[in-house]
Design a protein around this ligand. Structure first.
Ligand SMILES: CC(C)(COP(=O)(O)OP(=O)(O)OC[C@H]1O[C@@H](n2cnc3c(N)ncnc32)[C@H](O)[C@@H]1OP(=O)(O)O)[C@@H](O)C(=O)NCCC(=O)NCCS
Length: 185
């Protein structure tokens, strides 16, 4: 699947994307992506081999003007409810979005996320899209709000991605945002 916007192409990853991805995942910008850190370019090449089969839910964000991969966006179908069983419809999605920090502040994240949400709602059966973001991640919260997502709550000390210097888990306060298909314009 390829999604086109005014300035961007969202497309599946290719093995040739390793250097661009290494550029932003060598030092992940936020703790929630710490586990995605790529230590070396060789690691990035191996990671691209894992990603190339992902054609429906995991996209490279590519600048039309020069073909550079400036970030990524993905979300997978979930049941999204606590009492789900194997027959429950997987109509809920929770996106992860990340730009190379050299390309933020230009509206690219909104452009990519808007097109991705449209794709999920119109082509992939999404009923509800929700996003988690840490309470200090103001740019991600701002993006949620621009996309029309509602604040649904704040989970105090909800999750730990990294440890404190003394080795204990560092828990983060997490905001939840969401939007329903019937709210999507
Ligand atoms: C979260 C993240 C994706 C947001 O990216 P971003 O570039 O700040 O978001 P946007 O695309 O909405 O662009 C922001 C600004 O670009 C500016 N901009 C510049 N040129 C623009 C243009 N041509 N069109 C639209 N906006 C433009 C706008 O002023 C906009 O700010 P505004 O919404 O106040 O008007 C980015 O900060 C990031 O990757 N962070 C690290 C990873 C991360 O935190 N992921 C989320 C984990 S929960």
């Amino acid at each position: 699947m390829i999604i086109e916007t005014e300035r961007l192409i969202l497309r599946p990853f290719a093995e040739t994307d390793a250097a661009d991805v290494y550029e932003y995942l060598h030092e992940p910008a936020v703790n929630c992506f710490a586990c995605m850190k790529l230590e070396t370019l060789e690691d990035a090449k191996a990671e691209m081999k894992n990603r190339v089969g992902e054609t429906e839910y995991y996209f490279a964000i590519v600048l039309k003007e020069n073909g550079k991969v400036i970030g990524e966006i993905d979300a997978y179908p979930e049941t999204g409810e606590p009492h789900a069983d194997e027959n429950t419809v997987r109509d809920t999605f929770s996106p992860c979005w990340m730009l190379n920090l050299g390309y933020t502040g230009k509206g690219y994240a909104y452009e990519a996320a808007h097109a991705f949400f449209d794709y999920l709602f119109k082509e992939k059966g999404a009923r509800r899209i929700y996003a988690y973001t840490e309470d200090y991640n103001l740019s991600s919260q701002h993006l949620c709000e621009k996309l029309g997502m509602r604040t649904e709550g704040l989970f105090r000390e909800f999750v730990s991605f990294v440890n404190n210097p003394d080795g204990t888990p560092r828990y983060e306060n997490t905001m939840q945002y969401a939007i329903l298909k019937k709210e999507w314009k």
